[in-house]
Design a binder for this molecule. Structure first.
Ligand code: SF4
Ligand code: SF4
Length: 115
């Protein structure tokens, strides 16, 4: 049986994952970093840019008004790219969902030694 190739998926900034419905979770340490990056006090950032998660387990970024687009998306760039939440950094290599390749334009690059 041949070994299944393994890949790293390289984001193409199609921005689809910044426009899906659902929570973009922010943890306490991420709130500290993002607020600082934006030059805001933590309570100002929380008030202006977050809401309670659907499961009430913490905070999530808000969407733009009348859309499911993340408040931090500017064109095809993330306004907080340098400090974006681990949830954003992890997709699709760390976590994904059945059928994700139909939604995401990331390009598969074979891992070294696996090509
Ligand atoms: S959906 Fe995939 S390619 Fe598009 S921005 Fe997200 S990770 Fe990148
Ligand atoms: S924080 Fe940035 S990367 Fe994450 S969903 Fe929002 S715009 Fe996209």
């Amino acid at each position: 049986m041949s070994k299944k190739p393994r890949y790293h998926y390289v984001c193409q900034r199609c921005t689809a994952c910044c426009k899906w419905e659902g929570d973009v979770e922010v943890e306490d340490d991420e709130i500290t970093k993002i607020a600082s990056f934006l030059g805001l006090k933590e309570h100002e950032f929380i008030q202006e840019f977050t809401r309670i998660r659907a499961n009430r387990s913490g905070l999530a970024l808000i969407d733009k008004e009348s859309s499911t687009e993340c408040i931090m998306l500017e064109g095809d760039e993330c306004r907080i790219h340098d400090v974006k939440p681990v949830q954003c950094r992890g997709f699709p290599n760390v976590w994904n969902f059945p059928g994700w390749k139909e939604e995401c334009q990331a390009v598969a690059v074979p891992l070294r030694g696996e090509a």
